[in-house]
Ligand binder design. Structure first.
Ligand code: EPZ
Length: 443
């Protein structure tokens, strides 16, 4: 059996119900792990998801000389960067995950040089890094591509004013980490301010950096301070929250996501309410309850940078529109090729047509189980959600994406009443678990 034989079996499920909590955000922990290279010493991260992207970043940091332990029960990660002594990241590590690009700056800040293989693209788009490179050069970084490598070096980062033509998350995070290393004041204008970026800022401030947010969408950094190791509880994963709330909605159930931040999901929750679902937000935006309507109305939306509708919830929300009354138009504006999941939903009986970057969905009364393939992380979530409502059984392969984005989300769904089970040989899925168990035994 190989990765391709591992699959998720999803059967039509009853109304999901119960309380559930979230792990920390995948898209926060990856950049925060990369930022720890700015310090020398032991840091501790809490509520860390045991997903394969986290494992990839652990392997990357270990390849540079860091020593790492993971407490599987407590979801605590302890990272010691004292012995980090390498600045080269091999292609086989870089290709595993685009977020590897986030160590480029922290290696430059530590060694004044970095050799990293080009990060791969993925099905959702070409994903160039031109916004990163243009602004690195403005900060005095000399960067050249040699074969499959990016070779960069810098004498000292030059502070100044940096303007992003688009609020790219990765570019903002990289420039932020360069700015904390640059002696003097740097402004990042038209910056991304997603909750994951804000969590990185909270960590850098804990390390000793001076960072301020100014309107409109400007980050000002006073850099050059020596940065020290930290202890930090990650921001809850709003994308995992979205998946769990949508699972309740598509099965007509009621779920309380106890540590979800409603203020991180404003537009998404608005769309759920427009469909007719009842959404209750906890005190100070902590905790979200969704009570599903039995006759959901279709809604339309356009993805955009935060605080707009997140592109990472576009596919999961599309699954819901497939069974809603009426017509929905979904406009994907962030990535140029993020509608690949449409053909898999069509296999399940969904009525969807595509016009450019828009998907037009006409709601149907029923979906049917089928054999479907997940093409990326969020597509895997969409297909699993559709499977919970579809008649019969859905078999989903392409599970590497599911495991990259989520820590055993199928087990959380099953705890709420879903009929979902991950089947695999002894070779793969347990091995992700084995890898984390091995990291635990170092405790
Ligand atoms: C982050 O990717 C997330 N990944 C993505 O989540 C998420 O979809 C994306 O932001 C948008 O929200 C992580 O945080 C690890 P961008 P990132 O730079 O930083 C273009 C998931 O499912 N662009 O904000 O790579 C780019 O091609 C993943 O968890 C340039 O043209 O996204 C895209 O169209 C998928 N040049 C747009 O900007 C650049 O130099 C937004 O990209 C940089 C980006």
């Amino acid at each position: 059996m190989s990765m391709h034989d591992m699959y998720l079996e999803i059967k039509q499920s009853p109304e999901l119900s119960g309380d559930i909590s979230l792990f920390g955000a995948k898209n926060a922990v990856l950049v925060i792990m990369a930022s720890l290279l700015l310090t020398r010493g032991v840091s501790r991260l809490k509520n860390v998801p045991a997903s394969s992207d986290v494992l990839h970043m652990i392997r990357l940091l270990e390849s540079l000389g860091a020593s790492i332990r993971f407490d599987r029960q407590k979801h605590e990660l302890v990272i010691d960067t004292t012995q980090v002594n390498k600045w080269c990241v091999k292609p086989e590590i870089m290709n595993k995950m685009r977020a590897s690009i986030l160590v480029l700056v922290t290696l430059l800040a530590r060694f004044y040089r970095a050799d990293i293989a080009f990060p791969g693209g993925c099905v959702i788009g070409n994903r160039p890094i031109d916004f990163h490179v243009k602004n690195f050069q403005k900060m005095g970084v000399e960067i050249e591509s040699k074969g499959s490598y990016l070779k960069a070096h810098v004498r000292s980062f030059i502070p100044g004013e940096l303007v992003l033509e688009y609020p790219s998350i990765g570019a903002t995070e990289n420039l932020l980490m360069a700015a904390v290393a640059a002696p003097g004041s740097t402004k990042i204008i038209n910056a991304a301010l997603e909750p994951e970026v804000m969590d990185l800022i909270a960590v850098l401030q804990k390390m000793g950096a001076q960072i301020e947010i100014q309107a409109p969408a400007t980050i000002e950094v006073r850099g050059g301070a020596e940065l020290k190791p930290i202890e930090h509880e990650l921001v809850a994963d709003r994308l995992e929250a979205g998946a769990l709330l949508l699972a309740a909605a598509i099965t007509g159930g009621s779920v309380h996501v106890t540590n979800a931040r409603a203020d991180h999901l404003a537009v998404f929750l608005l769309k759920l309410e427009e469909m007719g679902h009842l959404v209750k937000k906890g005190l100070k935006s902590k905790g979200i309850v969704l009570e599903a309507t039995k006759s959901p109305q279709a809604v339309s939306f356009k993805t955009s940078p935060y605080p707009g509708f997140p592109t990472d919830l576009q596919a999961p929300m599309m699954a819901l529109q497939c069974l809603a009354r009426g017509r929905s138009v979904i406009d994907e504006t962030v990535f140029e090729n993020r509608l690949v999941h449409v053909r898999e939903l069509q296999k399940m009986g969904a009525q969807i047509s595509i016009e450019g970057a828009k998907a037009i969905i006409t709601g149907v009364d029923e979906l049917y189980g089928a054999r479907v393939i997940a093409s990326d992380i969020r597509a895997s979530c969409a297909l699993a959600l559709a499977g919970l409502a579809a008649k019969g059984t859905t078999i989903m392969t392409g599970l590497s994406h599911w495991q990259r984005g989520y820590d055993n989300l199928h087990k959380k769904l099953a705890s709420l009443g879903a009929h979902v089970h991950l089947y695999s040989s002894t070779t793969i899925s347990p091995s992700l678990e084995n890898e984390f168990q091995k990291l635990s035994h170092r405790y």
